[in-house]
Design a protein around this ligand. Sequence first.
Ligand SMILES: CNc1ncnc2c1ncn2[C@@H]1O[C@H](/C=C/CNC(=O)c2cc(-c3ccc(F)cc3)cc(O)c2O)[C@H](F)[C@H]1O
Ligand SMILES: [Mg+2]
Length: 215
Amino acid sequence: TRTSRPQRILKAVQTKATVGDPQSVITAIDHFCRHREWAMNVGDEKGSILDSVVNEVSPVTVLELGTYCGYSTVRIARLLPPGACVITLEFNPDYAAIARQVIKWSGLEDKVQLVEGASGDWIPWMKEHFGVQAFDLVFLDHWKERYLPDTKLLEECGLIQKGTVLLADNVICPGTPDYLEYVRNSPHYNSQYYRSHLEYTKAEDGLEKSVFLGY
Ligand SMILES: CNc1ncnc2c1ncn2[C@@H]1O[C@H](/C=C/CNC(=O)c2cc(-c3ccc(F)cc3)cc(O)c2O)[C@H](F)[C@H]1O
Ligand SMILES: [Mg+2]
């Protein structure tokens, strides 16, 4: 049977990127998705904004919701200093398997903890299972209707503390209206919108950065 799009993305990485060179992995995926087949990676334009937020926060513990093929996982992990790590949740086993190989090809497996499972099931176990006190940065890029419930769950589990930064992809396209309304109107968050474009297209999209101010 036909290969899947994630399998074709992995093949592009394995034929075009250099083992141990994260930037070449990012470039290979962007080239494939711009010139061969569109895919829902955060992409190069929004990816540069993600990079600037990671550099600004210089996080020790990062949570990523929705790994897909691991493109943004590699973007984040390549900027982390020794000792810092990104925990990334992916509940589709086929995507998780591809992402593990993309992350391995980039040479960043020591900075990544890929957890195969659903955010709603795993968030309550983060403290106990991974010894996480609170996340410095959360990158939301999973099912759009889960951004708000999972943010509330992170708050309830004490995983969002004063200074934690939430960075959400796709707040315009496909859109996350209930999440936007929440973070923009809550007195506990300071929110700002980074206008950009939907990956590999001219359509508008953007990232919302929300800093938790404490209770
Ligand atoms: C619900 N809890 C989950 N836990 C763990 N993994 C999860 C969970 N939920 C999903 N996953 C996992 O996270 C990923 C899901 C990403 C969804 N992303 C998008 O839909 C998305 C869509 C577009 C898009 C825009 C315009 C258009 F015309 C068509 C598409 C652009 C984007 O940048 C996106 O991120 C993965 F697939 C799923 O298994
Ligand atoms: Mg996205």
